[in-house]
Design a protein around this ligand. Structure first.
Ligand code: NAP
Length: 486
């Protein structure tokens, strides 16, 4: 993935006064500038409906945002805000408002000699996506003498029909090579390294198939509840919020075939093929859960139905555990167990590959000699790295077998990692779509879960601080296995 140079550009954040801008986008853009990565003629234009804000008051807000996000260097951030940050109100979003936005964009491009390079970032509530995309197209903001790119935050659609409709709408004014659908999990270093790990190490790729792999488990666990997002979460639930996007993305990266090259299109094509070969998910292999009152780290936490803004009889799922199979030559018969949930005991995103045991156990006759299969775990958060578990003889008599691990941690080897948003914004600005989700991918993913969304299985209870409803254990128990992280 050779990088194109970063040309001077205008970075236009629609939803420029929101939480995402404050916590992620502005800090990432500042750090990229401070590292000398962004061209010093590039500028940021925040856009929101608030017509009381001016350039100066927006800069003051941006300064506070950087301080709250823990960005150090008060003077440097203040200078950066004063030099690089601007604000434009979008009012009610009328054609006139978009014409004013166009005029402001052109004025800044002239002032800083920017050759029409524009990144539009939709940091907006999803229901504002369609009108905003239309507004940009209506006044020709999608056409310029340089490049124009459109970044769209999740969620992309609410179901298959709405995702198709949104794709149709976006494609009216932008072509697919201009569209960057964000899944911030893909910006994590370990996710990208998964591809390098698989395809640069023949030792693992030669084991990456049904002959050597017994099962694969993908876990995205959160210890947090829904925070103050009841309004969104009540209509989304874990299937839409986590499974359709993040878990499915991880599944495609683990299971994809070797692409012909390390180019974005080649990689995305292989990911789409995985989605087309996932077998229909059987309702009896899906367990949904909803947390009740419980304890996390010794602290009592409320149940989901007690959270502010949640209906007392809500049936929204806060956890999902399920099993899928991939119907291709490489993975035939290998179960993939996936699960996610809120208010689980700890924050953990991990892929665990369990390899097949030796065909004959030579050590059966030895008292207490139980052999465990080799397991490779790939941890995405909180402590990014890889662990390989293997069996050794303990230096005692009689013979005893113990499990040991080889471990690699990113921070130990390389120091602090960049934030996912820094990686993703840099990719947008260099025109690299590898870590962004293609239209076909997003639709194939919704298609996979459409039957579950249409006819939702029963929702079981689980106590906050547990690993989900006990019923989820039946998915692995049936096959004589256990969830790895229990
Ligand atoms: N926050 C996160 O950590 C996070 C993480 C992942 C994904 N996301 C996604 O990022 C997007 C933004 O989330 P957020 O948490 O930043 O939301 P937010 O705090 O509610 O901010 C929304 C922003 O959009 C503006 N806005 C709202 N309605 C608008 C409209 N109709 N037209 C134009 N501007 C409008 C708001 O300002 P005005 O009301 O003044 O216009 C504000 O600047 C969402 O799609 C969310 O799912 C957020």
């Amino acid at each position: 993935m050779g990088r194109n140079p970063i040309e001077p550009h205008l970075f236009i954040i629609l939803g420029g006064t929101g939480d995402l801008t404050q916590r992620k986008l502005l800090p990432a853009l500042y750090r990229l500038t401070a590292q000398g990565i962004l061209n010093d003629r590039s500028r940021i234009l925040g856009v929101a409906r608030d017509s009381n804000l001016s350039d100066q008051s927006f800069r003051n807000w941006a300064r506070e945002a950087l301080a709250t996000a823990g960005v150090s260097g008060k003077e440097m951030t203040a200078n950066w805000c004063d030099q690089c940050v601007y604000y434009q109100p979008i009012g009610v979003g009328s054609e006139g408002d978009y014409r004013s936005l166009l005029a402001r964009v052109q004025e800044l491009e002239r002032k800083y000699n920017i050759a029409g390079n524009r990144a539009f970032y939709l940091a907006l509530p999803p229901d504002a996506f369609p009108t905003t995309i239309r507004g940009l197209g209506q006044v020709g903001l999608n056409q310029s003498s340089g490049w124009t790119r459109l970044v769209i935050e999740k969620p992309f659609g609410h179901d298959l029909a709405s995702a198709q409709e949104l794709n149709r709408l976006v494609h009216t004014d932008f072509n697919e090579s201009q569209i960057y659908r964000i899944d911030h999990y893909l910006g994590k270093e370990t996710v990208q390294n998964l591809l390098v790990f698989r395809f640069a190490n023949a030792i693992f790729e030669s084991l990456w198939n049904r002959d050597r792999v017994e099962s694969i488990e993908i876990t995205v666990a959160e210890d947090l509840g829904i925070e103050k997002r009841a309004h969104y979460y009540e209509h989304a639930g874990a299937l839409r919020d986590m499974v359709q996007n993040h878990l499915t993305q991880l599944l495609t990266l683990v299971a994809m075939e070797v692409p012909p090259s390390f180019e974005a299109d080649a990689i995305r094509t292989e990911k789409i093929k995985v989605l087309h070969t996932v077998m229909p998910i059987r309702p009896e292999e899906v367990v949904l859960g909803q947390y009740t009152r419980g304890k996390i780290d010794g602290q009592e936490v409320p149940g989901y139905r007690e959270e502010p803004g949640v209906a007392p009889d809500s049936n929204t799922e806060t956890s999902v555990a399920f099993r899928v199979e991939i119907d291709n030559w490489r993975w035939q018969g290998v179960p993939f167990y996936l699960r996610t949930g809120k208010r689980l005991p700890r924050r953990l995103t991990q892929i665990a590959v369990t390899f097949r045991s030796p065909p004959i156990c030579l050590f059966q006759s030895l008292d207490g000699c139980q052999i465990h299969p080799n397991v490779l775990t790939i941890t995405l958060q909180p402590d990014e790295g890889f662990d390989l578990f293997f069996e050794v003889k303990a230096p005692v008599q009689p013979v005893k077998i113990k499990t040991q691990r080889l471990h690699f941690r990113y921070t130990e080897a390389f120091g602090p990692l960049p934030e996912a948003y820094e990686t993703l914004l840099l990719d947008v600005l260099t025109g690299d779509q590898t870590l962004f989700v293609h239209a076909d991918e997003v639709e194939a993913s919704w298609r996979l879960f459409a039957p579950l969304l249409e006819q939702k299985p029963q929702v079981h209870e689980y106590a906050a601080g547990s690993w989900g409803p006990p019923e989820a254990d039946q998915i692995t128990d049936r096959e004589g296995r256990r969830w790895q992280t229990l």
